[in-house]
Design a protein around this ligand. Structure first.
Ligand code: CU
Length: 376
């Protein structure tokens, strides 16, 4: 019963009728693109959403000011903002990142295999993802694969993140994209959220265009946060891979010896045009395909776990426990909702091969699981 756990009478915040509700139960979702609503409910509908997104033109006010004639315009739309600078002792941390559209294998082992249950997984498992790719300075060349999740952006309190984003989507998938951060401080220019007539410069990066976001690592931003596309087609694009992590470290603070980001999300037929839903960790499904985390006894471990679809997941790791939210009580199974992060921290003391997985049964059985290996 793939995807049946996603039943809801509201998809992407929009109420839909009974027919839509039933479709949503099968993993559908509603994209609102340039005022047009598209229910992406079956394989191939993503192409319709892409075509609609390609027709969304750059709003007139996008380059500088919001058009004063836009209905509902407000004084807030005419505000101008200074570009943030690092705090004394802080630095500018720069990244160059390109959005592109790689073919992505959800179950790359051959034969496709679930190494937890020791079973074969029937194919196919390759789909057209959208992903952020790390580039070298000035977009000179690629610095890593286009991957799910995208590059992890790291800095310390007092720093400023300067993130240069290029829309490198191939012509067939050409449409505006953005990068919207959580957690860090930003002005409306660097929000990266498309808003029709009220769109600012960083909220519409057209095909072939570049934009530089400038975000502040304020003290309250310590922790791990997601970033994701928030352009005209953000629902579909976030579901198919345009997301990644930001980690803000305390200034000169102690760091974990092993730090990993784990994104919990589904890849369902409306997104992938594949036959079935895969429940994924970092774009892969089933232990042996999902990240295998290797740790030594005595190391300080930080696992940042994100929900990044429209379901609630939880994170369970065998043989371990941690303080929930840094409080007085321990847990070994913690819930994580959409665009929420939990940071699981402990000092490793239990060698062996362990499972980690979402404890929603239909998720764990459809691939949301992995191995955690501790050497003495
Ligand atoms: Cu789950």
């Amino acid at each position: 019963m793939p995807g049946s756990e996603q039943g809801s009478n509201s998809v992407a915040g929009v109420s839909i009728g009974r027919r839509g509700f039933l479709a949503a139960g099968a993993g559908a979702f509603l994209c609102s693109i340039g005022g047009q609503e598209i229910l992406v409910e079956k394989a191939g509908d993503a192409a319709k959403a892409d075509a609609a997104a390609a027709r969304v033109k750059k709003p007139a006010g996008a380059k500088a000011k919001i058009a004063a004639t836009a209905p509902g315009t407000s004084v807030v739309d005419q505000l101008e903002f200074a570009t943030p600078k690092p705090q004394p002792g802080g630095k500018v941390v720069e990244y160059w990142i390109q959005a592109t559209a790689p073919l992505w294998d959800i179950v790359p082992t051959r034969p496709r295999r679930d190494y937890w249950h020791g079973t074969r997984i029937a194919g196919p498992s390759v789909f057209r993802a959208f992903a952020y790719q790390l580039m070298t300075e000035g977009f000179a060349s690629t610095a890593g694969p286009a991957a799910i999740p995208g590059p992890t952006l790291e800095c310390e309190v007092g720093d400023v993140l300067r993130v240069h984003v290029r829309n490198g989507l191939p012509d067939k998938y050409a449409q505006a994209i953005t990068m919207h951060p959580h957690g860090v401080r930003y002005t409306p220019d660097y929000d990266g959220a498309y808003m029709g007539d009220f769109t600012r410069a960083g909220a519409y990066i057209g095909p072939g265009e570049e934009f530089t976001y400038v975000w502040e690592a304020v003290p309250e931003a310590v922790g791990a946060w997601p970033y994701h596309d928030h352009g005209p087609n953000h629902t579909l694009n976030s579901m198919r891979g345009l997301f990644g992590a930001i980690i803000v470290h305390p200034k000169n603070g102690p760091r974990a010896d092993v730090e990993r980001v784990l994104f919990l999300h589904s890849l369902a037929p409306p997104t992938t045009a594949l036959k079935r839903v895969f429940q994924c960790i970092n774009g892969r499904a089933y232990a042996g395909n999902t990240p295998t985390i290797e740790v030594k006894a005595g190391q300080r471990v930080a696992l940042h776990v994100f929900g990044i679809d429209d379901a609630f997941h939880d994170f369970h790791i065998h043989g371990h426990r941690w303080r929930k939210d840094g409080g007085n009580f321990s847990t070994d199974n913690q819930t994580v909702g959409p665009a929420e992060t939990i940071s699981v921290r402990f000092t490793e003391d239990n060698p062996g091969r362990w499972l980690y997985h979402c404890h929603v049964m239909s998720h764990q059985d459809n691939g949301m699981a992995g191995f955690y290996l501790v050497t003495p």
